[in-house]
Design a protein around this ligand. Structure first.
Ligand code: GLN
Ligand code: ZN
Length: 759
């Protein structure tokens, strides 16, 4: 009989319980014991659910309080000295590495954070330096395995593999992946041995880095690592799990390495089937066929999936096929059952994590029974798949009528830079923020009161206005040069726009973890997109009316709206991006008309969906996503300054494409990644003005004036003083008001001091 497998489950809890417990712990309102106890209960419920549903291979160690890569770093002893010196236990050491720490025991910054492959999940980047010695140093995976076992549940521990770990790490003191090969393999052997002793049958080793472009050295490193790991002769079976694409560069080597199981992604892995057809698949090896999409929320197409399974069974024994999720379900919400307000006609199109368990089991049953044309579940599914989603003919006509000129802003950058300089009269090193100010409990309470009908829309808007007004006051007092309205009206930068455009569908509880305790609630692109009314004009013009200084109009760009939504699967990304771009373009032009002189179009998620393989970058993505951005702003006057903002991604390798967005100013994250990006900008002769973040807002730590001054001075060695802006690295909405005001004051003071030295 075919089996079913889940490669990872969401962990925040269907009501985001874990988030709230953890944050309570941060605030000192929950003890470490309580936190651990609650988390253990949550894990148990999730294992039980999968067991009840009939999943054969249930993962453990997919749970984390903050991030799985961070946990792996701890497990392997990759804890930099400065965190060890705090003298904390495992839990608090990990939190200090994740968030930084400032208090009685010391003052340390957090590790860098990066996007997890092509998802909106962020992992903590392990740091390997001259002192690092990798060896088994933690016990979490064993504890979780044992916890499940004590309840009679045999789980498959999930461990991030050594290759991906070494590929994702950051190296100091000239060390490199190869230097750690021996240490890390013995650490993994120890891990296997421990699991062997616990009587564990299968281990899942995740190696998502295999779906990226691999060099000869990479392949050699991989083979070296695993040959050694395989020399461990115990009873534990290893499944090498890959996801987010196909493994074309290493498939041939991999199938000969003697793994007991190999997991392949057939959703994003365009060549996965072809590779098997071409090279075959070892008969004794279990094939975990990832066919239930772990990243999107549309129902699985059973016909398509069963056809694929049918084809696979001609290359390997049917009994060796395991039907699996394409990747961890971490990237989808818990359950459509929570969407009590969604219409049935919409609900039935979707499968979230719980429902995907059902899909796995449906597919298993239908595949095993073989007679699917008579199966009622199968027939229902094929009917559903034939239903068309909404089309707006007028919008379709507009996107297909776009011509070259619609994507070009006139005059060219240099000319309009001069015009803007005169029009805006900003000082050297202008200071600004990225848009949002702290969303205090008070602000959130207003929003929830409005939702519950406890206050009128009018009263709500009045409150927002007064909050916006005090935000403007504060910024004036701090001495910032370019102000923002604070984004108090926004729950989320994508949801806010989605809710005000035609074509989006919203969930009540469709939360997905983004980083640490932060979750996002991506909208669903449900039909064609259209702007039907002004979105931000009112609040921005109000903010501008309160000050002589320029207030930035604050919008979200098409790539980000698209990438942070669950996209349709029936039309192209290009079509969706252009539809969104046309809608946001209308808003840009209206802001300009209303007297707004600077407009920021956030593209926080631009890099996120960049294909993992270089050969697909242009054909699949950049060739339409960059033009979509230009389409948004190409209609403005030369004196209107267009800003954009990006975060958490290495965009060194697409600098030319970013330049090609033709913005006037770009702000981005830099403080956490040692200015590498600033060096790259210099090298590329970047023309756009830049604001590399001078401090990390994802940590509650307050940067000192001196530290910011030093950073600005360093930046000035690489960037022309006429082109440098001074700002935090991202929006401030997740921070507390007090720490924000202190940080910004230090930032403004630092900019002023450096400015004086430039006169
Ligand atoms: N303008 C947004 C804010 O300040 C940008 C957020 C982001 O980049 N993620 O919150
Ligand atoms: Zn940002």
């Amino acid at each position: 009989m075919t089996k079913t497998l889940v490669t990872g489950y969401p962990r925040v809890g269907s009501e985001r319980e874990l988030k709230f417990w953890t944050e309570d712990y941060f605030r000192g309102n929950l003890t470490a014991d309580e936190l651990q106890k609650n988390a253990a209960q949550l894990r148990l419920e999730q294992w039980k659910r999968q067991q009840r549903q009939g999943i054969d291979f249930i993962p453990s160690n997919d749970f984390s309080f903050y991030d799985g890569v961070l946990d792996t770093a701890y497990l392997l002893g990759a804890v930099p000295q400065r965190y060890r010196e705090l003298g904390f236990n495992e839990l608090d050491t990990c939190f200090a590495m994740a968030r930084g720490y400032q208090g009685k025991s010391g003052d340390v910054k957090a590790l860098s954070m990066r996007k997890w492959f092509n998802t909106n999940y962020h992992y903590m980047v392990p740091q390997l330096d001259e002192k690092t010695q990798l060896r088994l140093s933690g016990s979490k995976p064993f504890e979780h395995y044992s916890q499940a076992l004590a309840e009679g549940i045999h789980t498959v521990p999930v461990i991030l593999g050594p290759f991906t770990f070494l590929k994702l790490a950051q190296y100091k003191a000239n060390r490199q992946p190869h230097d750690f090969a021996d240490e890390i393999t013995s650490a993994y052997k120890d891990i296997l041995e421990r699991f062997d002793k616990l009587g564990c049958e299968w281990i899942q080793i995740d190696e998502p880095s295999l779906v990226t472009d691999l060099t000869k050295q990479d392949i050699a490193l991989f083979v070296k690592l695993y040959q050694k790991i395989h020399s461990f002769k115990g009873n534990v079976k290893l499944r090498l799990q890959t996801y987010f694409g196909d493994i074309r560069d290493i498939f041939k080597e991999l199938i000969n390495l003697g793994f007991d199981g190999i997991g392949l992604d057939f959703v994003e892995g365009r060549q996965s089937l072809e590779l098997i057809e071409k090279h075959g698949f070892p008969k004794q090896t279990v094939l975990a066929a990832g066919i239930v999409n772990g990243k999107n929320i549309w129902h699985n197409d059973y016909k398509q999936s069963l056809e694929l399974l049918g084809r696979l069974s001609s290359y390997t024994d049917k009994k060796n096929i395991v039907i699996s999720t394409s990747c961890s379900l971490l990237h989808v919400p818990y359950t459509i059952e929570n969407e009590t307000e969604m219409q049935q006609i919409q609900k039935r199109r979707f499968a979230f994590a719980h429902e995907k368990l059902q899909e796995l089991c449906d597919l298993q049953r239908i595949f095993d029974e073989g007679d699917f044309y008579k199966d009622s579940v199968y027939i229902q599914n094929t009917v559903l798949m034939r239903e068309k989603l909404g089309t707006d003919e007028e919008i379709r006509k507009k996107t297909s009528a776009l011509i070259q000129n619609d994507f070009v802003r006139e005059p060219a950058f240099a000319k309009r830079a001069k015009i803007q300089k005169q029009a805006l009269e900003l000082p050297l090193l202008p200071t600004t923020t990225i848009g949002s100010f702290p969303q205090t409990r008070e602000v959130k309470a207003w929003r929830s009161a409005l939702k519950k009908g406890e206050i009128s829309k009018q009263a709500y808007e009045q409150k927002l206005r007064s909050k916006t007004a005090s935000c403007i006051d504060e910024q004036e007092r701090l001495g910032l040069d370019v102000l923002v309205h604070g984004e108090y009206e926004r729950n989320d930068m994508v949801e806010y726009f989605g809710e005000r455009l035609d074509g989006f569908l919203f969930t009540r509880k469709g939360w997905v973890q983004s980083y640490g305790t932060r979750c996002v609630k991506p909208p669903v692109i449900w039909s064609d997109i259209r702007r039907t009314a002004p979105i931000t004009i009112d609040i921005i013009t109000y903010a501008q009316s309160l000050t002589q200084k320029p207030v930035k109009g604050m919008l979200t760009g098409p790539a980000t709206i698209l990438n942070w939504s669950f996209p349709r699967e029936d039309i192209s990304g290009r079509e969706m991006a252009f539809q969104i771009a046309l809608a946001i373009r209308e808003e840009v032009l209206e802001l300009e008309k209303a007297g707004i002189r600077i407009i920021q179009i956030d593209e926080a998620a631009l890099k996120e969906k960049l294909p993992l393989r270089r050969s697909d970058w242009y054909s699949d993505y950049l060739s339409w996503v960059i033009p979509a951005f230009r389409l948004v702003h190409s209609g403005v006057k030369p004196e209107t300054q267009i800003h954009t903002h990006m975060c958490y991604s290495e965009f060194e390798d697409i600098i030319e494409d970013i330049e090609d967005m033709d913005a006037d100013v770009i702000t981005f994250e830099a403080a956490r990644s040692d200015l590498c990006i600033v060096d790259a900008l210099k090298k590329a002769n970047f023309k756009t003005q830049v604001g590399p973040g001078v401090y990390d807002i994802h940590s509650p730590r307050v940067p000192s004036k001196k530290e910011i001054e030093e950073l600005i001075t360093k930046m000035l060695k690489r960037i022309d003083k006429k082109k440098l802006w001074v700002n935090p690295d991202c929006g401030l909405k997740t921070r507390g008001e007090k720490e924000v005001m202190q940080s910004l004051q230090n930032m403004v003071d630092a900019a002023q001091s450096v400015r004086e030295t430039l006169r």
